[in-house]
Design a protein around this ligand. Structure first.
Ligand code: FRU
Length: 308
């Protein structure tokens, strides 16, 4: 009898414990980040974590794909086996990630795509900064600062990621009205500071007359700046980037320090993505495409964007 009693109490405890564990959260969310090496992406993850604190009914599991499409695909598949209720994803490249995102979406699991689009519209919501707008504004800014004349180098992000295309084509369209502004060289540095730093010396060597460097993000602008500094040429040209992170190593500080002439604030959308996910999980409807502002940061307003 005693043994029966003990056994009964034990199993009741186990049952309560397992119920407790289950009730800690209501929704399981998988967050697939394409690469956590870059400061902007670290800021996104931090924003997701900070906002998640306000939503205790949601548990977020994180994956970092190290800028590898195959790894990101298999991490998303592993989320599926863990039975996520919603997927948040910032895809490395659009085409290779589209089929798996489609698969998730078509299986009835809502998908929030962040910052880098996929191909087509198999997702619940896309949230990101307007990269075409950045490209257009960058072109206009360059034309103005160079007073319609000069030689430019364009340093591009990873070719298969949509922001690299969107930050380029509208910039070129805006500059097409200025025949004396020429893009004399371009190269792809895959969003990475080190790659820009390694490739820029040969561009410097091949081109004596460079007036401006437009990099698709601040780390690549910095990589190029350091390469120019290395041969004493950093004052001969202007540098423009994108991201405008607020911290001590971010773009706002680079503008304050005179390293960058300008950058475009690119919101990381981490907080917004969690808020959107909550709405979707609670059955609210959200807009399919949400675009956030990307103001230019120059010497005049950089202090407002800087948070030491
Ligand atoms: C980080 C990053 C940012 C850039 C964004 C574009 O991976 O390269 O610097 O603004 O991705 O998707």
């Amino acid at each position: 009898m005693n043994r029966l009693c003990i056994l009964g109490t034990l199993s009741l405890c186990l049952l309560l414990a397992s119920c407790g564990a289950k009730e800690e959260y209501k929704y399981l969310v998988g967050f697939s980040q394409c690469n956590l090496e870059e400061p902007w992406r670290q800021a996104m993850n931090a924003a997701v974590q900070n906002e998640a604190v306000n939503h205790p009914d949601m548990k977020i599991i994180y994956a970092d794909a190290h800028q590898d499409n195959d790894e990101q695909v298999s991490q998303i598949r592993s989320f599926l086996t863990q039975k996520i209720d919603l997927l948040m994803v910032s895809p490395n490249e659009a085409a290779p990630l589209t089929p798996v995102v489609q698969e998730v979406y078509n299986s009835g699991i809502p998908v929030v795509v962040i910052d880098r689009a996929i191909v087509g519209d198999s997702y619940t919501c896309f949230v990101g900064g307007d990269n075409k707008e950045i490209g257009r504004k960058a072109g206009e800014f360059i034309a103005e600062i160079l007073q319609g004349k000069g030689n430019i180098i364009e340093i591009k992000g990873l070719a298969g990621s949509p922001p690299a295309v969107d930050r380029s084509i509208p910039m070129r369209e805006a500059l097409s009205a200025y025949p004396d502004i020429k893009i004399i060289a371009e190269f792809e540095a895959r969003w990475l500071r080190n790659e820009a730093n390694q490739q820029f010396p040969s561009v410097l060597q091949a081109n004596e007359n460079i007036n401006l460097v437009y990099a698709h993000n601040d780390p690549m602008a910095m990589g190029a700046y350091l390469a120019a500094q290395n041969v004493g040429r950093e004052k001969d040209m202007l540098f423009i980037g994108v991201d405008g992170l607020p911290g001590p190593d971010g773009g706002a500080k680079m503008v304050l320090d005179g390293i960058l002439t300008a950058t475009f604030y690119y919101p990381n959308c981490g907080k917004e993505a969690v808020q959107i996910a909550t709405k979707i999980l609670n059955g609210e409807t959200v807009e399919k495409n949400i675009s956030l502002d990307t103001p230019v940061i120059t010497r005049e307003n950089a202090q407002q964007f800087y948070q030491p």
